[in-house]
Write a protein that binds this ligand. Structure first.
Ligand code: PA5
Length: 445
């Protein structure tokens, strides 16, 4: 049962000819993904991941999550990029917006994040928050050598060992990393941490449905079996080419719009719970497609908030953008605008309406204005926000990304460009092994 619908009618007519012409390329892309015959096919383990996820793995992850929930008031999830954004996206979408402002309750630890930046204040403030608290750590790094999480882990591991004692700390740390390689694997084996493996053939930005995303999501109290179930449904319905394959259709429309000069895609939401979903999506599409001098630039806005900041540009700026709107059909709760006898604010015409009715009219009004202003608009309608629907949405975007990358003619599964900054940073920090680079970069300063 599909809980997601894709509406392309206000987008496709902007690039009708290109859309009609790209069907064969989309079919070829789907075939490459199915047969593993495309570039980067060492990294397409995510394609069948939902249907191949065992109940044993889900049960084990739930057991680890229950242990951390039992013993911690805070669980710090350390990771960056693909080792962070998926969990953050799902937990933000499914959790109370103000969860962090309530005191921790027994068996409901707060999920915190670290190692996703190298902000000194952020780290110091996190250390301060955790002072004297019962906390645990999930440290995630596929390579096991990424600088940002390595720094955060060194600092927080020290703090945990001081606060809980080395023996107890060992049981409060879980490492998710490669089966054999990397510093994190070596450290986890030496210290005796519980570990989960990130499959070799699943790249970071496609790893949310592995323990990388599943363990933090389970710690936050969400139903990971349902998430996988939703993803498996979408895996089935997008396996073959056809008009009802919405991943193929989305990839085709993006590709057609790109060919017609629309170089920027805005992922738009009208629900603040989806803010981090857009951050996850930006990494997925940005790292997969932005290479060889090509690729749609993925950007995002949170509406109606950003209509008051970015709205002018979207309505009347350079006509190089298109929008993909994430629209949630049913909010989980109901809040009505009250009647007011004095009506000093002049909004009695809204009295009795749900907030969401107002939001939906803002969405519709914006769509009509933007389309008339030359901005193609696709809509992804979600029945509601729950684990099953989010599982479908995650897989939908992953599959469409693989198809879209192949249609663009790039290898969607590598990220060579990410190394450039690292090389310079290591050279500037005089990392052993980078002596030549250090000399060369210092000569430029
Ligand atoms: O998609 C990717 O491969 C990257 O964004 C990685 O997820 C990110 O750099 C973190 O890497 P690692 O998990 O090796 O620490």
């Amino acid at each position: 049962m599909k809980s997601i619908n894709l509406n392309i009618q206000d987008a496709v007519y902007f690039a009708d000819a290109q859309f009609k012409a790209n069907e064969a390329a989309a079919v070829e892309a789907i075939t490459k993904l199915a047969e593993g015959s495309g570039e980067g096919s060492d990294f397409i383990g995510w394609v069948n991941l939902p249907s191949e996820t065992s109940n044993e793995l889900i049960d084990r992850i739930n057991a680890t999550a229950a242990r951390l929930r039992e013993n911690c008031d805070y669980v710090v999830c350390i990771g960056i990029g693909g080792s962070y954004l998926g969990a953050k996206a799902v937990t933000t979408a499914l959790s109370d917006s103000f969860a962090d402002f309530y005191a921790p309750r027994p068996k409901e630890p707060k999920l915190l994040y670290a190692g996703q930046n190298i902000g000194e204040e952020y780290t110091a403030e996190l250390q301060k928050l955790l002072e004297g608290k019962k906390f645990g750590i999930i440290v995630i790094s596929k390579s096991g050598t990424t600088t940002e999480p390595a720094i955060a882990f060194r600092i927080l591991k020290d703090q945990l060992e001081k606060q809980a004692g080395k023996d107890a700390a060992k049981d409060l740390i879980v490492a998710i990393t490669d089966a054999n390689k990397g510093a994190l694997r070596a450290m986890a084996d030496k210290e005796g941490y519980e570990t989960y493996v990130i499959p070799d053939n699943v790249g970071g930005r496609f790893s949310v449905l592995t323990p990388v995303g599943l363990l933090p999501i389970a710690v936050a109290g969400h139903d990971i079996a349902k998430l996988i179930e939703g993803a498996a449904e979408m895996e089935k319905s997008t396996a073959h080419p056809g008009e009802d394959n919405i991943a193929m259709t989305y990839a085709r429309v993006r590709n057609a719009l790109y060919q017609s000069g629309k170089k920027i895609e805005l992922l738009v939401n009208y629900n603040p719970k989806l803010h981090y979903f857009a951050e996850w999506w930006k990494q997925l599409y940005g790292e997969s497609e932005g290479k060889d001098g090509k690729g749609i630039f993925p950007a995002s806005v949170d509406n109606t908030t950003d209509l008051h900041s970015m709205g002018q540009w979207i309505q009347e700026g350079e006509r190089s953008i298109f929008e993909t709107v994430l629209s949630v059909n049913k909010p989980a709760v109901s809040v009505r605008v009250p009647e007011n006898a004095e009506n000093l604010d002049g909004i009695n015409y809204l009295a009795g309406k749900n907030i969401d009715e107002v939001n939906k009219m803002a969405e519709l009004g914006t769509k009509i204005a933007h389309v008339e202003g030359g901005v193609p608009n696709m809509q992804i309608k979600l029945d509601k926000l729950d684990e099953f629907v989010l599982g479908q949405l995650i897989y939908f975007f992953e599959k469409a990304c693989g198809i879209s990358g192949y249609m663009l003619g790039v290898n969607p599964f590598n990220q060579p460009g990410v190394e450039a900054y690292k090389k310079n940073m290591f050279a500037l920090l005089e990392k052993p092994g980078y002596e030549k680079e250090t000399e060369a970069i210092k000569a430029k300063l």
